[in-house]
Unconditional design. Structure first.
Length: 465
């Protein structure tokens, strides 16, 4: 270890503070921020369910793939930028770290604007492709047409929050998201209950909250602590964008895969639902609510993995492999406890959870309960895949992280969603998820054990360039 690296470790608590303490300091604010971010969709679902109805909830499910695409882009830029930033800081290269942070922010803004423009141009074809029925299309066009203006704010906030955490300010990162969510909730009530703006009110409340959060992140960037971000840091450089995309590809692919699965699932549910006693709209509406409730659970797991990232990246860059191993195992243990609690809630209280989002027919609740219990059955092992994927990203092994991200969604769930309903109809769509979850768990567990053996041996490591 060089003298410069030793000095940097002494200066940076990531290299010397107890790993358990660091994980709590970084993971808890990250979890809260992710939960609050997920609440944007949950709050909209709540108010729309009560003041618009089932078709409004179905419309938000149709629009959900675009929200997931925003998350994918922001994770690519944010986690990729943060991983490169912390790896550079661990190696004592502050100048390079600053350029990674600045370029990641530029990527968030530029891609966010491009996505907004593309959505505005191809809005109706997108909604039809995402599974809108004749009854839900108009609602989908209104809701997504408005929320698309908030895409640059959403991507900037989510991506920038990772850079704020990487700078050692997880609490401020949390406050950015929390403030936006509070604004969104207050405006949802004002626009939908007082002004009776319907689904338009939910959409305008959402983008207002996102804009507030984005301005808070932008304010923090002018006062970055560990490095100075001058104008040159934000100038786009192809090499830096490439490195950021490389290390951010794993979480990005995972989200894009989830988006693709959501699109396929929406179409499968409406097609095979129309052939069942439930019709097409009930499965579509129920699946939207359950997907967003599931995202609340995944937000906690992702929050833990994001809290783990700066600890793992810095110590891997500083060649402190024992601390890397400790951070990963403690993250897995924490996420496992959360997963078991979520599993019990999903199996015992499905009707109560669904009932929060409005009162519908008994037929609606019968389908929702069955769908919830089956589709989310292997929740208690679903924590392994995102944590293992983010572990590989954090140590610079982009290819392994990308492969891990593809397992559950693309390699297993997507084919099963297409094949099983052909033989079992709507039931096949429900059982596709637990089957994919179990196989993905086996692969993630095997890859985790293999990497941990390498870390503990201190050899055979693929060094980050």
């Amino acid at each position: 270890m060089t003298k410069v690296q030793t000095i940097k470790q002494e200066e940076n608590p990531l290299g010397v503070k107890p790993v358990g303490t660091l994980l709590a300091e970084f993971a808890i604010p990250s979890i809260i921020a992710m939960l609050v971010s997920a609440l944007y969709n949950i709050v909209d679902q709540f108010f729309i369910g009560h003041y618009v109805g089932m078709l409004g909830n179905a419309a938000t499910n149709v629009a959900f793939p675009l929200t997931m695409s925003c998350t994918a882009i922001s994770l690519m830029c944010g986690i990729g930028g943060a991983a490169n930033f912390n790896l550079s800081m661990g190696r004592g290269n502050k100048e390079k770290a600053a350029k990674y942070a600045g370029n990641a922010i530029t990527m968030c803004f530029v891609i966010g604007v491009l996505l907004c423009i593309l959505t505005r141009i191809f809005l109706k074809p997108m909604m039809i492709t995402f599974g809108a029925t004749q009854q839900t299309l108009d609602y989908s066009l209104i809701y997504t047409g408005i929320t698309s203006f908030g895409f640059p704010f959403l991507i900037f906030t989510t991506g920038g929050s990772n850079l704020v955490r990487a700078d050692g300010s997880p609490r401020f990162s949390m406050m950015c998201t929390l403030t936006g969510a509070v604004v969104n909730t207050v405006l949802d009530a004002l626009f939908m209950i007082v002004f009776r703006m319907g689904i338009q009110g939910a959409a305008w409340a959402t983008i207002t909250g996102q804009a507030v959060s984005a301005f808070m992140v932008a304010f923090y960037l002018t006062r970055y602590k560990t490095v100075r971000l001058d104008r040159q840091c934000f100038m786009p450089k192809a090499a830096f964008w490439g490195d950021i995309a490389k290390l951010g590809m794993s979480p990005c692919i995972n989200q894009l895969a989830m988006m693709a699965v959501q699109i396929v699932l929406n179409n499968v549910l409406t097609f095979y639902g129309a052939q069942s006693a439930y019709g097409g709209d009930i499965p579509l509406a129920c699946a939207g609510i359950i997907s967003k409730v599931g995202m609340m659970f995944f937000s906690i797991v992702i929050g833990i993995s994001q809290g783990m990232q700066p600890i793992v990246s810095f110590n891997y860059g500083a060649k402190q492999y024992q601390r890397v191993s400790e951070a990963v195992w403690k993250s897995v243990a924490s996420a496992t406890v959360i997963s078991l609690i979520a599993f019990l809630c999903f199996q015992i209280f499905p009707r109560q959870i669904i009932g929060v989002f409005g009162q519908e027919s008994e037929e609606y609740f019968q389908f929702a309960e069955r769908y919830f219990r089956i589709y989310m059955f292997f929740t208690f092992v679903n924590q392994f895949q995102p944590i293992v994927a983010n572990m590989y990203t954090s140590i610079g092994k982009a290819a392994a992280g990308a492969l891990m991200s593809l397992t559950r969604q693309i390699l297993f769930l997507m084919p099963l969603l297409i094949i099983l309903p052909r033989f079992f109809g709507l039931e096949g769509a429900m059982y596709a998820a637990p089957a994919a979850d179990f196989v993905a768990f086996l692969i993630a567990g095997g890859m985790l054990l293999k990497e941990m053996c390498r870390l503990e041996d201190g050899g055979g490591m693929t060094d980050w360039k």
